[in-house]
Structure formats: C-alpha cells, structure tokens
Design a protein around this ligand. Sequence first.
Ligand SMILES: Nc1ncnc2c1ncn2[C@@H]1O[C@H](COP(=O)(O)OP(=O)(O)OP(=O)(O)O)[C@@H](O)[C@H]1O
Ligand SMILES: [Mg+2]
Length: 399
Amino acid sequence: MPKVQIKHLTKVFGKKQKAALKMVKENKSKNEIFEKTGSTVGVYDINLEVNEGEIFVIMGLSGSGKSTLIRLLNRLIEPTSGQIILDGKEITHYNKKEMLDIRREKMSMVFQNFALFPHRTILQNAEFGLEIQGVPAAERQKRAEQALENSGLLSYKDQYPSQLSGGMQQRVGLSRALTNDPDILLMDEAFSALDPLVRHEMQDELLDLQQNVKKTIIFITHDLNEALRIGDRIAIMKDGQLQQIGTGEEILTNPANDYVENFVEDVDRSKVLNAESIMIPGLTLNVDSDGPNVALHRMQEEEVSGLVAIDGKRQFAGYITSDAAVKARREELPLRDVMMDMPTVKPDTVVSDIMPIIYDAQTPVAVVDDNNKMRGIIIRGAVIEALAQTEGDGQTDAE
Ligand SMILES: Nc1ncnc2c1ncn2[C@@H]1O[C@H](COP(=O)(O)OP(=O)(O)OP(=O)(O)O)[C@@H](O)[C@H]1O
Ligand SMILES: [Mg+2]
C-alpha cells in the first residue's frame, strides 16, 4: 500500500472556480485564466503515489504549484476537489481536530528560511512540536535534547537562532521536525537558502537520515541537480499540472514531453546515468569447461573479438580475446592461462566515473554486481553515445 495517494487533486484560488476550471480544460494559460476570472489555478488534477521510505521530489519553476501541493497534503490548504489518502485512509474530509493529530503524529514540515522562533533558544525551538502535543516538560526536554544530540547541536542548546549559521539553523529546523518522530517529512525548499557547500552537506545528512530511520520524505526543490541527487523519484510540475513522474534516469532518458526535455537539457548526464543504463549484454564463455575451439567458434558466430570469461560457478573471471584463444589453441594451453584482466564497475557506478576506466582499458568494462556476477559490459562507444544524447532519443543521421 502506498504511504500517500493523491487522486485528481485540484486547488483553485479565487471565486470563479468553475469558469477557471473550464478554461484549464481548454488548455488556456494561467495568465489568461487569471485575467478572465481573477482566479488562479494552484494545482490541477494531480494523481500520484508516494511509497513508504522513499524520497519523493517535487520540482518545477516558481509558481508551478509545488508549495500548494505539499500544503494540500497536510491540509494547510483546503482542496477544491480530489482526494488525499494516507496509509489507505482518506483524510480529505477529516475535521480540524483529526487533522491536528495527523500533523502532530504523522507528518512534520520543514520550511524554507528555517522558520525558527527568534526569541526561543535552540532547545526551546526543538521542543516546540512536543509542546503543542502536550508532552510534559521533563520528557519533551529529554527528547528534544536527544534530537539535538543526533544532529550534533546539543552544545548550542542555550543559544538563539540568530547566533547560528544558516546551515546550523536548518539543522535545528530538521531536528525540530523529527522530535515527534513523524512517518512523513514534508520539506519545502528546505535547503534552498543555504550556500552550496552546506547545502551539499545537508543533502548527505538527509540521505543518511533516510537510510537510518526510513522516513517517507516529500521534498520540494527547483534545483534539478538537488532533485537528481536525493530523489528516489521525481515529479515535474508546470503551471499546476504534473508533467512526468519517474526516477532521475527515466526522466533524463525518456522525457515525457518537450517541456521536460528542455527542463533537463542542461543537466550533466555523466553524473546521473549509470553503468546499468548503458551496458549491453555480455557474451560469455566458461573458462573452466570450454576450450579454445569453442571460444573461437563462438566469436566467429557472434562476430565479436572477445568474450567475457566466467567460471564454473558462473562468477565473473576475466576476458578472452580472439588472439588469446588462437594462442591457446596453438600452444595447447587451457583458456585460463591466456585470460586477461578486465576492468569492472558496479551497476550503479555513474558514467563520469566509468570514463577514465574505459579510456585506459584494453578490453570492454564488465559490470559486475556485489555477488561477482557479470551483468553486462560497457563498450567505449556506448559512453560517448550516452553523453551525446541530449537531442532526444535515437536520433540518427538519415543521410
Ligand atoms: N493563497 C493564495 N492565494 C492566491 N493565489 C495563490 C495562493 N497561494 C498560491 N497561489 C498561486 O498559486 C500558484 C502556485 O503557487 P505555489 O506557491 O504553489 O508555487 P511554487 O511552485 O511553490 O513556487 P515557488 O517556487 O516560487 O515557491 C501561483 O500562481 C501562486 O500565485
Ligand atoms: Mg513554493
């Protein structure tokens, strides 16, 4: 069961909702709709599911409806129509009290610009969520101190927010959101105000956190690199409408439309595409049971100049070239004696890390998993092709 489900969720700000909705259906632009009706379409007909334990990123330009969408989730904004389903239960019609409980126990929000209380100490800030839940003073202090300790901030507990750097303030914001141990963290541009180095650090911290505590995280950003770095899946929005949902790989390799394609054009693909996405099946040979004649026959048949060697347990072993097989036949050697080393990478090694390896290699590069099984091979041309493919899929020169 998905952790969060959204069905046909729509929010129109303003009075003439019917007229505005009619115009959206006619594909009128947001500006046109606003000029005619005075209403703004915040989000329109959003359908998506977020799985337990994933980092789901919502991206889009300013005004595309990201904050509206995340605030609809915990109903800080009331939907115009559609459903919000949490752990299989529809919460769209929960009353105020029920929603308060959900916000206290299930979802916490981390805001942009930290949103700490300036006149409260760091500890008092961290205690805030528990305080509104009515947790007794001694207990909430203990839990808040624990949360601060986890993020390395305990020694600052008696200071005030203005005395801390931006990065530290956002860490406090994150601890505060975590003190009540929510299942879901909603993060609206939480790192956008930080300088690049601190931002990178915070992204790492979030990834660690998610590894350790397995929260479901819904994370808004307008930075594609941030989205690709931390998102398990990414949703791209434009003018309140969803354009595509997918992994970073899927979005880069298969943009759903021109808008998404333009959006991702400037990305450094070599840092996102990985071995698995550019490998081809490797033809194999069993060095423990096959001999040189079998090897040469297979190479001729398949029109290749080498084969990946695996052993009797189907474990990756090395590489046999046609020259080596000829030598083995002539000198009556077992194939193992003429086998070459073959460089290996993991399935998730990114292309930028594969490039220097493939550059120096005498053979293709083997993609080998943690169990030493060969998953595929990478040839030099595939790397170049992957990096060149910014103009859409499969474009070839016709003439
Ligand atoms: N309370 C409101 N009343 C009227 N219009 C609103 C309200 N809140 C948001 N909007 C409009 O809804 C649209 C989506 O706004 P939203 O804040 O969700 O965008 P965003 O993607 O979060 O943008 P940003 O990246 O700038 O934060 C915008 O056109 C905005 O002007
Ligand atoms: Mg916003």
